[in-house]
Design a protein around this ligand. Structure first.
Ligand code: ADP
Ligand code: MG
Length: 733
């Protein structure tokens, strides 16, 4: 029987090994095993001597087994196996729980890799990677300079994987007949890419680190190209969908909006506006991502696009992540449109349209009425939260979907709303979280991208500082003084806390506080940390202490939508000086008179969340102040992360910092172990150039007349990505 990439491992390996590999490492076929790459390589040069190990070192040692003893544990059930090894210079103990390593026999030599711990003053390895050197069977691995260390599992050690691969690769490592190279040769030549067989061989059995680098480059290309082909195919498919052109019409809502705007558009807003106007006028649906700094004025760009669509007889839906934001949008749009937004009402202009709010908290009668307005087409502009996505919400003629603050919505939601059009509507996705180029090319790779780089002129800018309370107690007092000064000058302030308060499980609020998508990085174990500061407690302390006498109120997810709306409104109308809130104010909230943002327990927030929060101030002509209050020492990683946020307001730089502090898998979604994700080697941080080159190649390939027809290998890989669960890492992001 000829072995192919699809051959089940059970046919080439022992049944026990194959089962364990399948169950514990999700490796099923020869292909899976070949694509199970070493995590790192142990080299002889890095081999540590037992007499100069230190606790915490991550090392590989070469040592001989002196003794092995297994006993039952006293406190817990199960066994503990202690193996003493020595290298002539010193000795140490290897500890295994409920695991007997058959190959660890007295006298055997092996490589042991792990991080050095200690127990009762003696250095030890707990469950190290073991690689026994088997001299009897002519094991030549020791002769090699580099020993691959694989991601392993309970019953499948790194060296079992290595042995299994050796079986597959054969003594000469002849993979030629087994793997066909899907990459066209001319592409390989252009980018200096190794043939696949050579790369696989070198990644598993390198002689030098240079081999590893070349091999990794090639394997990254596979991943990047397949991903980009998938995305390019999506873009092309989208471009072929039949849409409806929504041409600009003079004398309608758009002109009214332009006339009513209290400011001149920035050059960027104008340019992006033109781009959108042209694309809306095409009969292919637009798929565009608008990214722009917090405060760059995306809303008005979206509103102008919506107005154009309404002028052309269609409806536009604006999907907002929170009720607070949805209500704010409706208020702003209605104010701008005046009578033109109240068609059908006594004082409305019959040539205008209606602006309808549709959220989950509407009472039954109001919801019925809102849905009817939408279904009958009386509502030209529909603003809502997730409630818009529900069944039963029907549009008369949905022409444009705008998704605000995309990082709070998945692709599924975008698609659910799109599906409500008779024909695929145009789609505009907006985000204030600047997207590093690599992420833009991968996660958002099926969208065209517009960027607003410029803030409207006349903005005062925000100065930010970290207030490390454990080191500089007085700074916090000074912070409250500054806040009072601003209020005395007629300005307003936010104080943000991570938690609501009054109940233990209140960190997550209602709809307005979805899961923490930013995933605030933490520095260590959580067990001993005090609970995060709470809005209700902090408000009480401020009211009776440093901020006594100011008009102070709270805002959080446990309030009813009416209460929230009323308080936001009161704040916008300057009836409240200080709003103590959760991250319910994080996205989009727009009160230009607010100039101070104090973030309590700032270390509990992620980088882009802090940037978002800071974006709530200095939205008008007054300069802003953002204070990040933390107990984290300024020299700790957390302290430094906060200092970095304070040091720059460049969203792109912060997005990069955010990318560094989050794991890649979080961004690409299900790329974590256990899932067969297409991305293993590719790094969003380091491989920008490669991803860009792959994107260009993918686009060019699909633009040729025959597409992938001459590249069955590539077509098969693309199909595999689509059918595998892999595809969902594109969705989840
Ligand atoms: P974001 O891009 O963060 O969503 P918004 O659309 O909420 O920003 O706009 C921020 C603020 O800037 C709003 O108060 C808006 O009215 C104002 N704004 C928008 N465009 C301009 C402009 N061209 N000139 C002055 N102010 C503007
Ligand atoms: Mg916004």
């Amino acid at each position: 029987m000829a072995v192919t990439l699809e051959t089940p491992l059970a046919r080439v390996l022992g049944p026990k090994t194959a089962t364990s590999m399948a169950e514990q490492l999700n490796l099923h076929t020869v292909r899976d095993l070949l694509r199970h790459y070493p995590r790192r390589y142990a080299s002889r040069g890095e081999m540590a001597r037992l007499d100069d190990l230190q606790k915490g070192d991550r090392v590989t040692i070469l040592a001989q087994v002196r003794s092995v003893s297994t006993r039952r544990m006293r406190q817990r059930s199960g066994t503990i196996t202690e193996v003493t090894v020595g290298d002539g210079a010193g000795s140490m103990t290897l500890v295994f729980f409920n695991h007997k390593h058959a190959a660890l026999r007295q006298g055997a030599w092996g490589l042991f890799a792990g991080s050095v711990g200690s127990y009762q003053g003696k250095l030890q390895f707990t469950h190290p990677d073991c690689h026994m050197l088997d001299n009897d069977t002519g094991d030549d691995d020791w002769a090699r300079a580099l020993v691959p260390i694989y991601p392993a599992s309970k019953d499948v050690s790194s060296w079992v994987i290595q042995k299994s691969l050796k079986l597959l690769l054969g003594p000469e490592g002849n993979l030629g007949g087994l793997v066909e190279d899907p990459l066209p040769e001319d592409m390989r030549t252009r980018h200096g890419i190794l043939p696949l067989a050579a790369a696989l061989l070198d990644i598993h059995r390198p002689t030098t680190m240079e081999d590893v680098e070349h091999a990794a480059h090639r394997l990254k290309w596979d991943e990047a190209l397949i991903l980009q082909l998938t995305l390019a195919a999506r873009r092309r498919a989208a471009a072929l969908e039949p849409g409806t052109a929504r041409p600009r019409r003079a004398g309608g809502l758009l002109d009214a909006v332009d006339a009513a705007l209290p400011f001149a558009l920035t050059d960027g807003q104008r340019a992006v506006g033109e781009e959108l106007a042209v694309e809306l006028d095409r009969d292919q649906p637009m798929h565009r991502l608008l990214q722009g700094e917090v405060g760059s004025g995306k809303t008005v760009v979206a509103l102008r696009a919506m107005a154009q669509v309404v002028d052309a007889g269609g409806q536009a839906a604006l999907l907002a992540p929170t009720e607070v934001l949805a209500a704010q949008h409706v208020r702003g749009i209605r104010a701008l449109l005046g009578p033109l937004g109240r068609a059908g009402e006594l004082d409305g202009d019959p040539t205008g349209t209606r602006v309808t709010l549709l959220t989950g908290s509407l009472k039954a009668a109001a919801r019925r009425e809102a849905r009817a307005e939408v279904a009958e087409g009386r509502a030209g502009i529909v603003v809502g939260t997730h409630a818009l996505l529900q069944e039963g919400v029907e549009f008369a003629d949905l022409g444009l979907v705008v998704v605000d603050e995309q990082h709070r919505f998945g692709v599924e939601q975008r698609d659910a709303l799109r599906a409500k059009g008779n024909r695929p509507p145009h789609v505009l996705v907006m985000t204030a979280t600047p997207i590093p180029r690599t992420v833009a090319m991968t996660v958002y790779g099926d969208l065209e991208i517009s960027t607003l780089r410029q803030l409207p002129s006349g903005r005062g800018g925000v100065s930010s500082s970290v207030v490390p309370v454990t080191e500089k107690r007085a700074w916090l007092d000074r912070a409250w003084e500054r806040l009072r000064e601003e209020v005395a000058a007629g300005r307003q302030a936010y104080v943000v806390c991570p938690r609501i308060g009054d109940s233990p499980e209140d960190a997550a609020g209602a709809e307005d506080e979805p899961e923490d998508v930013d995933g605030a990085p933490e520095d260590g174990p959580q067990g001993d940390r005090r609970p995060p500061l709470a809005v209700l407690d902090v408000a009480e302390l401020l009211r009776s202490g440093p901020l006594a006498g100011l008009r102070l109120d709270v805002l959080h997810g446990r309030l009813t939508p009416e209460e929230k709306d009323a308080r936001m409104r009161a704040f916008a109308e300057r009836e409240i000086d200080v709003l103590v809130a959760t991250t319910v104010v994080e996205v989009g909230v727009d009160v230009p008179n607010a100039t101070v943002m104090v973030v309590m327990d700032a270390d509990r927030f992620g980088v882009s969340q802090l940037h978002q929060l800071r974006g709530r101030v200095a939205r008008g002509k007054h300069p802003g102040l953002c204070l990040l209050v933390t107990e984290a020492p300024s020299s700790s990683p957390t302290g430094q992360r906060l200092a970095a946020v304070a040091a720059t307001s460049d969203g792109f730089e912060l997005a990069r910092l955010d990318l560094e502090t989050r794991r890649e898998g979080d961004i690409l979604g299900a790329a974590q172990s256990g899932k067969r994700s297409g991305v293993r080697m590719l790094s969003l941080l380091e491989d920008e150039e490669l991803i860009a080159a792959a994107r260009a190649e993918a686009t060019a390939l699909l633009e040729t007349e025959r597409g992938l027809a001459d590249h069955p290998g590539l077509a098969a890989e693309v199909a595999r990505l689509a059918t595998d669960e892999r595809a969902d890492y594109l969705e989840k992001a």
